[in-house]
Ligand binder design. Structure first.
Ligand SMILES: *Cc1c(COP(=O)(O)O)cnc(C)c1O
Length: 382
């Protein structure tokens, strides 16, 4: 009855996971995103306190830093099985020695974003929409990152968005109706900065749709707080694309964060990357899709892993992705099935790859195959 506001708040946190004890963290600390960012694991020394590191991981942790920083939030570490070197969450964020190898198909900028970068930080590839790289920081770095050439300061201090030039470009290009904020992770910017950027974009009459791509609800879920959601809601319609690859990433904390976003009227989609050993089995993709829908997130894209240096060990044969979609379509809710795409090397953009449902055409009729393989004819002209 006489509890101070501070006490009232602390009692509203769930019990922190056992890993919190490693830092002696209280619930208030563990569920504070600033505390999480200050206690990210960035080195062999940090990580060996949490995980039973393999020789391959130790080698990589010593050699990999100059390309893409290692950084993992305590929250994400708490979701892993520390004894399992093949834990699907661990494989995504802890480097292995294969990462030190590069292969002929690999490129620093596989999707040729730099070619379509019209002003610093703005990529204009498709007719009516642009991508903004608003920061080079993430709360956790994924080892298969398509922008590893930029993120974690890899591009040096010269890398920044020229905001005035971006606004001038957008005002002039009246064909742009959709602006996507990405990075790095835009939700690492302060609420006030995001609010200012979104407000600037909303002064441009032809910009109808705003979008934001983030992995924060998964990696740093308490960053998704009521004030942030209220800020984003003011700029609706604003769609949020999250990035989640495995159902175990969607624990109660991520579910809370995603629920708060949806409850503020922000439609959610998921973009996942098909990764060997992480989610390259149909059962895992189905479980991921079903868990996402439980969290009110619509699976959007499933990406073939881009050929950035040191990522061959993650890549699957493109047929794996197509077969995965064929195994899902018809067998589960249509809402659960993402579009499998390859972001074409050289800058061709996203190309959808689909199972063949149109088998052929004969006597003025399409020959169609359903999800079970039964054939049907359908007339082409009326
Ligand atoms: C992925 C991407 C977009 C958005 O594509 P959608 O298919 O509309 O989600 C826009 N610009 C660039 C450069 C992209 O890579």
């Amino acid at each position: 009855m006489c509890a101070s506001p501070h006490r009232t708040m602390s009692s509203s946190f769930p019990k922190p996971p056992p890993l919190a004890a490693l830092w002696g963290a209280s619930a208030e600390q563990w569920y504070d995103p600033t505390w999480q960012l200050q206690h990210c694991c960035r080195s062999e020394d940090d990580l060996q306190r949490v995980l039973n590191l393999t020789q391959s991981e130790r080698r990589a942790l010593r050699g990999v830093g100059r390309r893409l920083d290692v950084c993992v939030t305590p929250h994400f570490l708490s979701l892993m099985d520390p004894a399992d070197p093949a834990d699907p969450l661990r494989l995504q964020v802890i480097p292995r020695s294969e990462e030190l190898e590069t292969h002929p198909e690999e490129m620093r900028d596989p999707c040729a974003e730099e070619r379509d970068e019209k002003v610093p930080g703005l990529v204009h590839r498709y007719p009516d929409r642009v991508l903004l790289i608003v920061t080079d920081r993430c709360s956790t770095y994924c080892r298969y990152c398509t922008r590893s050439r930029i993120v974690s300061g890899a591009a040096g201090h010269g890398r920044h968005i020229d905001w005035e030039a971006v606004l001038a470009y957008l005002r002039e290009h009246t064909e742009v109706r959709d602006v996507l904020l990405s990075g790095g992770d835009p939700l690492l910017l302060a609420d006030e900065r995001l609010d200012a950027m979104l407000s600037d974009l909303r002064t441009i009459p032809h910009v109808e749709l705003l979008r934001l791509g983030t992995r924060v609800p998964i990696m740093l879920p308490r960053r998704v707080a009521p004030h942030l959601c209220a800020t984003l809601r003011r700029h609706a319609p604003l769609f949020v694309s999250i990035h989640c690859n495995h159902p175990r990433e969607l624990g109660s904390e991520a579910q809370r964060a995603l629920g708060l976003l949806v409850d503020h009227g922000l439609p959610l989609g998921n973009q996942s990357v098909l990764l060997r050993g992480v989610n390259d089995r149909t059962e895992v993709q189905l479980a991921l899709a079903h868990r996402l829908l439980q969290c009110r997130v619509r699976p959007y894209y499933l990406y073939q892993c881009d050929p950035v240096p040191g990522t061959r060990h993650f890549r699957t044969d493109p047929h794996v992705g197509v077969d995965m979609i064929a195994a899902m379509r018809g067998y589960t809710s249509g809402y659960a099935v993402p579009q499998f795409v390859i972001d074409a090397p050289g800058g061709g953009g996203k190309i959808p790859l689909n199972p063949h449902y149109v088998v052929g055409e004969e006597d003025g009729k399409l020959l169609l195959r359903n999800f079970r393989g039964d054939l049907f004819r359908y007339p082409t002209s009326f």
